[in-house]
Design a protein around this ligand. Structure first.
Ligand code: ADP
Ligand code: ZN
Length: 738
C-alpha cells in the first residue's frame, strides 16, 4: 500500500481550520498513523474526534467509525462534509436502498469516513462488505459501551470482537470519556489493545466554572443566570417530569424561550424540542436527566442543576455537556439540605441492602461537594482518582465559587464554644443534624425523650439557621476541632484541640464566604482555557450569528456545522475583511473558506465601514492583541469624508443622503471623530442648553456607562444620538486637552 502522508499540521489547518493540536492529539494521531492500536481517554470536549478523523484523511481507503449514537451521526457527517471531507453513515434511519448505496460508494473509494451503528456489524451483508472492502482504520467511539462495568453497556458492542478477527491487522482506536480503572482495563482487554498504547488526559475541564448557590428565592436567581446567558444555550436539570414542565412554563412567563424535556413526552414532541434546541430556536431546555445522550451541542454555556444530583459521577457527566467547544461556560447547582432528605426517601426504598448503602454513600459524597469550603474542581477530580492541583501551584483553580470568593474573617469564638459544648453535653453520640437541632432548641420527640431539652445548651444558638450551623460544623472540622466518625452514623465528637479551646477560652478567628455577596461568576481560568476570552465586538457577533443561522437554515443543518462560536468570536475580534485574513480564523479550512468566506467577509466589511474599524491581523495564527488605540488612531477614509462634509457646513441629514448611510451612522461617525480629534467642534450637534442640562444630570447619576437605563429615565422625548453627543462633550470637559 502506498500511503502519501502530507504534513499532518497542514491537514490540521487546511481541512479542520485549526492552528495547533490540543493536548495529546498529535501523539495519538502519530500513533494511529504508525499502524498501532490506541486507547484514548479524554473528557468531553477534549477533541477526541480529530484523533481518528485526521488520520483518516492521511491514509488510503476509509475509516470505519462505530458509534451507538445514531441520532448524532447525521450532524457529525454534516460537519465533516462542511469541511469538504467525504463522509457518510449507514444506520436504521436510512432505507435499505440508501444504505446499500452508501456501501457501494465506500467500496469505490468515494467515502473517507463511514459511521456505522454497532448492531449492523453482525449482519451478513455488512460482514460481507467488510471482507470485500475493509476499512484501513477502525474507530470505536463511546468505547465504554463494550464494558458491563460501564454505565452504558451495549451488548451489540461485543460484535467488535468478531470484527477484530475478521479484519486482522487493521488498527483500532477506541475512545471514551469514561475513565474508571475497571472500565478502562475491560475495554483494552476485550479489544485486545496493548496497554502501552493508552492515552489518558486530565479530566479537568478548564473552561467550566463551578458554583453552588443556596436554594433560596432560587427562581429569581435562576432567571438572573439565564438572562446573563441571553441568546445562548442552557440546560436546566430537574428532579421530576412535573417539575420540568412547571419550571419551563415559569421561565416562558417571564419571556425566556424555554421548553421541557423528559422521557414521558411523546417521541415527536421530544424530537422537535431537541431539534429546535440544536438549531438555536429554543435557548433553554428544562430537563430530567433523560436529556443528554442524543445531544452534542458544542455551545451550551450554562448547565444548572435545580436539584441535588444523586452522584458526583452524574454531576460531572451532566455538567460536562457545557462548553464542549472550549469557551468559558458555567455550571451552577442550587443546593438545600432538604433535597438530600428527599433523596434519602428514595434511597430507603431500595431493597437490596448493599445497593442501598452504596447509593447512600454516593449521595453523601455529593452533599460533601455542595458543602465544600475548598476547591470544588479539585474535589471532583480527586474523587475520580486524579491527583490534580491547580497550575498556579497554590490551591486556587480560578474557576469555582470557593476559589473566586473573597473570604471574610469573623470572630467564631462564641458560636464555636456553643457547638463544642453541645457535642460534649449530648455525649458525642449523635450526628451533626441532631446536635444542631438541640442548639436551635428543637422540641423533637427524640430530643425530649433523651431529655436533651433540659440541657443548658438547648436553644442557645436559636438565632442561627440550620445552614449556618452546618457551615460552622464544617469549619470546625477543617480546623481539627471536631471530628466526624466514618461509620454508618457519622457521629461528631470534640477533638483534643477542641477541648483545649473550650478550657483555655482562646479566641477563634475563622474565614468564611461572605453571606450575601455575589461571587464573581467567572474569571479567566488559570490554566489555559482553549480560547482566550477575547474582548470581541458583541454587536458584530450577533450579526454573524444571524448570518450563520440563515446559512444553516438554507442547508438544513445545525448552526454549529457552519461555524462554531470560537470562529464567530474571532471574526468579531479580528475583523478579517479579505480571504487571507479570513483563512487565519480558527475553524476556517479551505472548504469553509470557499463556501462561506464571501458572505461573512461582506458582512464584516460593511460593519467595519459603518463603525470605523480596521482588521487586526492574526499573525502566524497566534492571537495577537494590538491596543485599541492603534486601530482608532488614523481616521478611515470613510470618516474623513464625513468630517470634510460636516466641516463644509452640511447637516447630518444632508451628509446622510449624500453618502448613502443612515443618519445614525453619520452621527456615530461624528461621535468617533469627536473622540479622536479634540479640536473637532461638536457645538453644531449639541441640543438646546435645557436639554443638555437634563441629559447631563441623568448621566451623572448613572455612571456605569450603559445607555439604555439613561434613555429610559429621560423618556422618549430624547434620542440616543443626543445623549451620546452630550456624553462625549462631558467626557471631553472632564479629560481636558491632553
Ligand atoms: P470530544 O469528542 O472529545 O467531546 P470533540 O471532538 O467534539 O470532543 O471536540 C470538541 C471541540 O474542540 C470541537 O468544537 C472541536 O471543533 C474542537 N477542536 C478539536 N480539536 C481542536 C484543535 N486542535 N484546535 C481547536 N479546536 C479543536
Ligand atoms: Zn476552585
Amino acid at each position: 500500500m502506498t500511503t502519501a502522508r502530507p504534513e499532518i499540521t497542514s491537514v490540521l489547518k487546511n481541512r479542520f481550520g485549526f492552528d495547533r493540536f490540543l493536548p495529546l492529539q498529535e501523539e495519538i494521531v502519530s500513533n494511529v498513523l504508525a499502524g498501532n492500536d490506541s486507547l484514548v481517554l479524554m473528557p468531553t470536549g477534549g477533541g477526541k474526534s480529530l484523533c481518528y478523523q485526521l488520520p483518516a484523511l492521511c491514509q488510503d481507503g476509509y475509516t470505519m467509525v462505530v458509534s451507538p449514537l445514531i441520532a448524532l451521526m447525521k450532524d457529525q457527517v454534516d460537519g465533516l462534509q462542511a469541511n469538504g471531507i467525504p463522509a457518510a453513515f449507514v444506520n436504521s434511519t436510512l432505507t435499505p436502498q440508501e444504505n446499500e448505496g452508501v456501501l457501494t460508494s465506500a467500496a469505490q473509494g468515494e467515502v473517507k469516513i463511514l459511521y456505522v451503528a454497532p448492531e449492523r456489524l453482525a449482519t451478513p451483508r455488512f460482514r460481507n462488505f467488510m471482507e470485500s472492502a475493509g476499512p484501513s482504520l477502525i474507530a470505536i467511539d463511546e468505547a465504554h459501551c463494550i464494558s458491563e462495568w460501564g454505565h452504558d453497556f451495549r451488548p451489540d458492542y461485543r460484535n467488535l470482537k468478531n470484527v477484530r478477527d475478521l479484519l486482522p491487522g487493521v488498527p483500532v482506536i477506541a475512545l471514551t470519556a469514561t475513565a474508571t480503572e475497571r472500565v478502562r482495563g475491560d475495554i483494552a482487554s476485550q479489544l485486545r489493545i496493548e496497554s502501552g498504547k493508552s492515552f489518558v488526559s486530565s479530566f479537568n475541564r478548564p473552561n467550566l466554572s463551578y458554583t453552588v448557590k443556596p436554594k433560596l428565592r432560587s427562581f429569581g436567581s435562576l432567571v438572573e443566570l439565564v438572562d446573563r446567558h441571553k441568546d445562548e444555550s442552557a440546560i436546566i436539570y430537574c428532579f421530576s417530569r412535573k417539575e420540568t414542565e412547571a419550571l419551563a412554563a415559569d421561565l416562558v412567563s417571564v419571556g425566556i424561550s424555554a421548553a421541557p424535556y423528559h422521557a414521558g413526552l411523546d417521541n415527536p414532541v421530544r424530537r422537535a424540542t431537541q431539534d429546535k434546541f440544536i438549531k438555536d430556536e429554543i435557548s433553554v431546555i428544562v430537563a430530567t436527566i433523560a436529556f443528554g445522550m442524543g445531544i452534542d451541542k458544542p455551545d451550551v454555556r450554562l448547565v444548572v442543576h435545580y436539584n441535588l444530583p444523586k452522584t458526583v459521577e452524574a454531576y460531572y457527566q451532566e455538567t460536562g455537556r457545557a462548553g464542549r467547544d472550549g469557551l468559558p461556560s458555567e455550571c451552577v447547582l442550587f443546593y438545600t439540605f432538604g433535597d438530600k432528605v428527599k433523596q434519602d426517601f428514595f434511597i430507603n426504598q431500595i431493597e437490596d441492602l448493599d445497593e442501598r448503602n452504596h447509593a447512600a454513600e454516593k449521595l453523601a459524597k455529593m452533599v460533601d461537594y455542595c458543602e465544600l469550603r475548598s476547591c470544588r474542581r479539585q474535589f471532583m477530580l480527586n474523587y475520580f482518582g486524579e491527583e490534580w492541583v491547580p497550575e498556579s501551584g497554590g490551591d486556587d483553580c480560578g474557576g469555582c465559587d470557593v476559589c473566586l470568593a473573597v473570604k471574610e474573617e469573623f470572630d467564631a469564638t462564641e458560636i464555636a464554644q456553643k457547638i463544642l459544648s453541645a457535642i460534649i453535653r449530648t455525649g458525642e453520640r449523635f450526628g451533626i443534624k441532631y446536635v444542631a437541632d438541640v442548639l436551635r432548641g428543637s422540641n423533637a420527640k427524640r430530643i425530649r425523650e433523651l431529655q436533651h431539652d433540659q440541657l443548658t445548651v438547648h436553644g442557645i444558638a436559636s438565632e442561627s439557621s440550620d445552614s449556618e450551623l452546618r457551615e460552622m460544623f464544617g469549619l470546625l472540622q477543617d480546623e481539627g476541632l471536631v471530628a466526624v466518625s466514618l461509620g454508618e452514623y457519622h457521629t461528631v465528637s470534640v477533638t483534643a484541640a477542641g477541648r483545649a479551646l473550650l478550657t483555655e477560652r482562646t479566641t477563634l478567628k475563622l474565614a468564611r464566604m461572605p453571606q450575601s455577596a455575589e461571587v464573581p461568576s467567572s474569571r479567566e481560568p488559570r490554566d489555559g482555557s482553549r480560547s482566550k476570552n477575547l474582548e470581541y465586538d458583541r454587536e458584530l457577533f450577533a450579526l454573524l450569528r444571524g448570518l450563520r443561522k440563515q446559512i444553516a437554515q438554507e442547508r438544513n443543518v445545525p448552526a454549529f456545522v457552519i461555524f462554531g462560536d470560537v470562529s464567530l468570536r474571532e471574526m468579531a475580534y479580528y475583523f478579517p475583511n479579505d480571504h487571507d485574513l479570513f483563512g487565519t480564523i480558527t475553524g476556517v479550512g479551505t472548504a469553509k473558506l470557499d463556501q462561506f468566506a464571501d458572505r461573512f467577509i461582506s458582512l464584516i466589511s460593511e460593519y467595519c465601514e459603518e463603525h470605523d474599524l480596521s482588521p487586526r491581523p492574526k499573525v502566524g495564527g497566534r492571537l495577537r492583541k494590538p491596543g485599541k488605540k492603534r486601530a482608532r488612531s488614523a481616521l478611515s477614509r470613510s470618516l474623513t469624508e464625513t468630517k470634510r462634509l460636516f466641516a463644509e457646513g452640511f447637516s447630518v441629514d444632508e451628509i446622510s443622503s449624500e453618502r448613502g448611510f443612515g443618519a445614525q451612522t453619520i452621527l456615530s461617525h461624528l461621535e468617533k471623530i469627536g473622540r479622536a480629534d479634540a479640536d473637532f467642534n461638536l457645538e453644531p450637534l449639541l441640543p438646546s442648553p435645557e436639554r443638555i442640562t437634563a441629559i447631563e444630570s441623568v448621566l451623572r447619576s448613572n455612571e456605569n456607562g450603559y445607555l439604555a437605563p439613561i434613555k429610559e429615565e429621560l423618556g422618549d422625548d430624547y434620542s440616543y444620538e443626543e445623549i451620546r453627543i452630550v456624553r462625549l462633550q462631558m467626557e471631553r470637559e472632564i479629560e481636558g486637552p491632553e
